[in-house]
Ligand binder design. Structure first.
Ligand SMILES: Cc1cc2nc3c(=O)[nH]c(=O)nc-3n(C[C@H](O)[C@H](O)[C@H](O)COP(=O)(O)OP(=O)(O)OC[C@H]3O[C@@H](n4cnc5c(N)ncnc54)[C@H](O)[C@@H]3O)c2cc1C
Length: 497
């Protein structure tokens, strides 16, 4: 209930400083509201700063909507998708202007959507190009175009000194009045609990629940997952919203693939294949289960998105997941192609590198090496005969130019013929969760009957619109479209006092 004193006061209070929190603050500020961002971690950026920076956009409204309807199905209200489709049409022009104001530009990454659904041909994705104005973020390791986009965002926030940014300041809970309207939040700063009044609204931009083991165990069928995200993404915004009546959706849905866990490192490492599939890029490995059999197309259209689903098979006969871990097997030619893992870390205290030729990791024991397939099988604890059959069949498929088992594109296949042979454990890894609070087309958090919680908004991955199948590059777009709508509507609320 409303406390008898307030420590701080703003019109719009924002939890979390990733893309969605940053843009929500900018828009609320520009619409005349005083805005403050409270970020839990010592550094801002969240998952956003690690991203590939790709943003999905559309050229025509109706085909974009049709595509969204196919990916989201009945899991998301049409009205929300209509607003999103319109946002995607306007997005390229908007980002050009937003980045242009701080002297950056955009470039097209990919043409077409991820899947051949109606509307795919007019979709494309863009990212902000790096130039000499980009100085980088020293605490971010392995930054890609997502960090450049974050640089633009930070420059835009800095141009608005009235926006208050507090780091190391987790939002702990929401404050409601007797009617259930959200009138503020409790924030912890320097060991103190502060009552922060939100005269107009609170916006929850706290990202996903990638690092909350309990939420993962409750909501995901697949177990033994590990996430890429920084450690602050623990579903706080979702829980705070639930406490005041907010409903949740899309909880099972993950943007995730297969990747690596290294003892002592709290983050997952991804392999270097990402974004849209390049059907002419050789992928050195095949993935095999604990028995030595292939079980999936290792290079599907969105290689960092859907493969986690293939790993989730639970075998009741063994009461376990026979594909967790699975193993990526490659040969000497494959070892030389490129680093098997690409660290991307948003954490000042942790540094981790991977060698270009993977040899240091062989020496460290992360990658197992053997002179023959049979010895490799023994080292992996599986039947040599099965692994030999798998590799022979694969090599025959490569020779025939056709993967009859899982339809991996021909141009991505490499034979496993040159000893020594290698294997690395691969685990289900989460790039980001999609589940979280349900919102309406105005980005208001709603209860389980669809009724808005007064003065409470959200944006970004604390409850993505993507309910069935992710559209590559659209989580970033979602942060900006949703963040702008939330910022605008929050600023337009009449002050409650
Ligand atoms: C390696 C990688 C590559 C990716 N590439 C792409 C891509 O190219 N295109 C694309 O569309 N998507 C991509 N994504 C996904 C996308 O980046 C994320 O979905 C998106 O950035 C999420 O933004 P957000 O603002 O919702 O959350 P985040 O950026 O995760 O920010 C949430 C912030 O909230 C803070 N927070 C949490 N709890 C609290 C609390 N209680 N109080 C205050 N603050 C709190 C967190 O510390 C964090 O800083 C990628 C993700 C990764 C990891």
């Amino acid at each position: 209930l409303v406390p008898d004193h307030w420590d701080l006061e703003y019109d719009v209070v924002i939890a979390g400083y990733g893309y969605s929190g940053g843009i929500a603050a900018i828009v609320a500020h520009d619409d005349g509201a005083s805005a403050a961002i409270f970020e839990k971690m010592p550094r801002f950026g969240g998952n956003s700063i690690l991203s590939g920076g790709s943003c999905a956009v559309g050229t025509e409204y109706e085909p974009t909507l049709q595509y969204l309807l196919r990916t989201c199905g009945d899991a998301t209200d049409r009205e929300i998708l209509e607003v999103f489709a319109q946002g995607m049409i306007e997005f390229h022009g908007w980002l050009d202007e937003f980045a242009g104001e701080v002297e950056f530009g955009t470039v097209i990454d990919y043409r077409g959507g991820t899947y051949p659904f109606p509307g795919t041909e007019q979709l494309y994705s863009i990212h902000v190009t790096r130039n000499e104005r980009y100085r980088g973020f020293p605490w971010v390791k392995g930054p890609r175009a997502g960090a450049t986009l974050f640089w633009v965002l930070v420059e835009q926030v800095k141009r608005r000194p009235a926006i208050q940014v507090s780091l190391n300041s987790p939002v702990l809970e929401l404050i409601t009045d007797a009617s259930g309207a959200v009138v503020g939040a409790v924030v912890e700063r320097e060991g103190e609990r502060l009552n922060v009044r939100a005269n107009r609204a609170v916006i929850l931009c706290t990202g996903g629940f990638e690092h909350d083991l309990r939420l993962r165990e409750h909501f995901l069928e697949i177990q033994h997952t590990i996430a890429m995200s920084p450690l602050g993404n623990t579903g706080d915004g979702m829980r705070m919203g639930q406490k005041v009546g907010g409903a949740i959706w899309h909880m099972w849905h993950l943007h995730g693939g297969y990747g690596f866990r290294i003892e002592g490192l709290p983050f997952a490492l991804r392999h270097p294949f990402n974004g849209y599939r390049d059907e002419n890029r050789k992928m050195p490995w095949i993935a095999i289960d604990r028995y030595g059999r292939r079980f999936m197309n290792e290079y599907p259209p969105a290689v960092q998105d859907t493969p986690i689903r293939a790993l989730s098979y639970y075998d009741p006969d063994i009461q376990d997941y026979p594909r967790i871990p699975c193993y990526l097997v490659f040969d000497e030619e494959g070892r030389k192609v490129e680093s098997v893992a690409r660290p991307a870390i948003n954490d000042e205290t942790i540094t981790f590198e991977w060698s270009r030729d993977n040899l240091a990791e062989v020496e460290k024991g992360y990658i197992k090496r053997a002179d023959s397939i049979e010895v490799l099988a023994e080292r992996l604890g599986m039947e040599a005969e099965t692994l030999r059959e798998t590799v022979d069949r694969w090599n025959a498929s490569v020779g025939a130019g056709r993967d009859r088992d899982y339809h991996r594109p021909r141009g991505t296949m490499m034979p496993l013929t040159t000893p020594p042979f290698y294997a690395i454990d691969a685990w289900p890894i989460i790039t980001n969760t999609q589940g979280g609070l349900v919102h309406n087309a105005r980005q208001q958090v709603v209860d389980s009957f669809g009724k808005p919680i007064p003065r409470l908004y959200k944006a970004g991955e604390n409850g993505s619109i993507f309910g069935r199948l992710y559209m590559l590059s659209a989580n970033n777009t979602e942060c900006f479209i949703g963040g702008r709508i939330a910022g605008r509507n929050a600023a337009a609320e009449a002050p409650w006092c």
